[in-house]
Design a protein around this ligand. Structure first.
Ligand code: HXC
Length: 517
């Protein structure tokens, strides 16, 4: 039956009102801040013509405080499904031009609809956040609405990838949904995340702080660790979403897509033979090692500005997605501290959840000594690295490039913690402690009595180094499977991952483990 033209007109009018959202004045104000509108963002991110909107005509409850004379079709949220480079996604964008993108019951219902369908259909969820937090006019209903959203974030966690882009304020309750998702991207100048804003902080603690210094893009990318990627503008943030999705499977029952290999799997790199300096106190850049091993230009670093003593990110080896974890000797000697432990543990779990094999490059003098670290819980945080590696059932390969001392040897994907294969470069040094510390403890009495303690110390250190400062003792004991030439790292990894591709490994049945948090 054909629609009556009047009904069609009414539908078109209503849709047009939804598109106009908060009105031209507020749209202009949004643009003046250097921000796109919700619909412009969705159009920029999705493949052209792929967006299928739902809930465009839903409106708020007019009995809410001060809302009787207001009506915003869509209620400040654009939601639906679309495609990003051909990959299906569920997506929503908060519309700051409608009541500051504040989160409402209707928003929650719309998001719940697309999230439920996304989980059932196994497709990633993308959230574009631009919101002043819980809608004040709704009172407790907007709080309950957040509860509905958080529940869905948690239920979807590890089932389908969840990516949050912070494209404006993310205030109050608006921070916790992104915090429960897998990746948070923030954009310079326009993004802020905070639980309580500068005014409240001033009242409660007397501290004076700007939005930027409180919860700006740099703070959350470099200090708090809340964000995982930093973009210079919205377009770059959209590109980062595309890159992330290219490394992730659509859901945890599938593997990430392999790209057609474009780099020679047998490529050897002689430069690698000279990258790690013989002098173990000299730094070198582990990023350069990773870039030379993985397929050309394939390394996509996550959290590059946070805990820079560790490197995590996705790369490809012969076209297959691989999770890369590494210590960075060029920063704080690659030591494991509280922040780098959190960074590594989280990334290992993301790779394990999404069937991404892990390759770990080890050059680490151990856990960071210090009162501050001990008092802030390096024991608890450091344990997360151990927990995450032990728990992970994906293929795991480690390569000790230089130092693997003490706890670092064990924690960084050691064979005893269910790693599948352990390689070492000839420059590897595997010991329970560094030579100076070990000799001071073992020979304190002898050194105290010696006529020339420094000479004796030097002699014993030399003996200790010849015993432990090479990979051959560990190889002799089978703790290292093979000592390889650095130049052949890529070919060995590709071949090893090929063997491990069919790996089946499970954990004991349990409700859930008790990862130290
Ligand atoms: C209703 C809101 C709102 C909110 C902003 N608006 N936040 N409306 N509920 N939570 C409205 C404003 O009244 C204004 O309406 C419009 O959005 C734009 O806001 P402005 O303040 O003019 O914009 P701007 O100067 O850019 O500042 C944005 C802002 C600021 C930083 C987000 O609005 C702000 O601080 N809002 C409150 C943030 C906050 O404290 N949220 C916590 C809520 S409680 P008009 O009509 O004038 O354009 C919460 C608890 C949940 O979230 C906890 C769960 C765990």
């Amino acid at each position: 039956m054909n629609h009556h033209p009047a009904e069609l007109t009414e539908l078109r009018d209503m849709r047009a009102r939804a598109v106009a959202a908060g009105g031209q004045e507020r749209v202009d104000a949004q643009h003046a801040k250097g921000k796109l509108t919700a619909r412009e963002r969705i159009a920029a991110l999705l493949d052209e013509g792929s967006f299928q909107e739902i809930g465009a005509l839903a409106t708020h409850n007019i009995s809410d405080f001060g809302m009787a004379d207001k009506k915003y079709p869509g209620d400040g949220l654009v939601a639906g499904f679309g495609k990003i480079l051909g990959r299906k996604v569920a997506i929503y964008a908060q519309d700051f031009t409608v009541l500051g993108g504040s989160f409402s019951e209707v928003q929650s219902h719309k998001i719940s609809r697309i999230m439920d369908i996304a989980v059932d259909s196994g497709i990633p969820i993308i959230a574009l956040i631009d919101s002043g937090g819980a809608r004040i006019q709704e009172g407790v209903r907007s709080l309950a609405a957040y509860g509905e959203l958080f529940t869905r974030n948690v239920m979807a966690s590890g089932v389908v990838p969840q990516i949050a882009l912070i494209l404006g304020p993310s205030a109050g309750g608006a921070v916790y949904s992104p915090a429960l998702m897998d990746f948070v991207i923030m954009v310079r100048k326009i993004s802020h995340m905070f639980i309580t804003g500068p005014d409240v902080i001033k009242t409660v603690t007397g501290e004076d702080v700007t939005f930027r210094d409180l919860g700006g893009t740099l703070i959350h990318n470099s200090r708090s660790g809340v964000a995982h990627l930093l973009a210079d503008n919205e377009q770059q943030a959209f590109l980062q979403v595309k890159q992330l999705l290219s490394y992730l499977p659509p859901n945890n029952a599938e593997d990430p897509r392999r790209v057609e290999p474009y780099d020679d799997p047998l490529r050897m790199d002689d430069t690698l033979n000279y990258l790690a300096p013989e002098d173990h106190t000299q730094p070198y850049d582990m990023r350069a090692v990773i870039d030379r091993v993985v397929d050309l230009d394939s390394f996509f670093e996550v959290q590059p500005y946070y805990a820079r003593n560790a490197i995590v990110g996705f790369g490809r080896l012969d076209g297959y997605v691989t999770g890369i974890v590494a210590n960075q000797p060029a920063y704080l000697a690659g030591v494991l501290d509280i922040d780098s432990s959190d960074k590594i543990a989280r990334f290992v779990r993301i790779c394990d959840a999404y069937n991404i094999p892990l390759v770990t490059f080890v050059d680490c003098p151990g856990y960071l000594p210090g009162v501050d670290q001990e008092h802030h819980g390096i024991i608890r945080h450091g344990a997360k690295v151990i927990y995450a590696y032990c728990e992970a059932t994906v293929p795991k390969i480690s390569i000790v490039t230089r130092k693997a001392i003490g706890g670092a040897y064990i924690a960084m994907s050691s064979k005893q913690m269910r790693s599948d294969l352990a390689f070492a470069w000839p420059t590897a040094q595997i010991a329970v402690m560094g030579p100076e510390g070990a000799v001071n403890i073992l020979y304190r009495r002898e050194l105290g009595k010696a006529s020339d303690p420094e000479l004796l110390r030097a002699e014993i250190i030399a003996q200790y180094q010849s015993t432990f400062m090479s990979p051959y003792v560990a190889a002799d004991m089978g703790q290292i499977d093979e000592v390889i030439e650095p130049r052949e790292t890529r070919t060995r990894l590709i071949a090893a991952l090929d063997v491990l591709r069919g790996k089946v490994s499970t954990n004991p049945a349990k409700k859930h483990g008790l990862m130290p948090v």
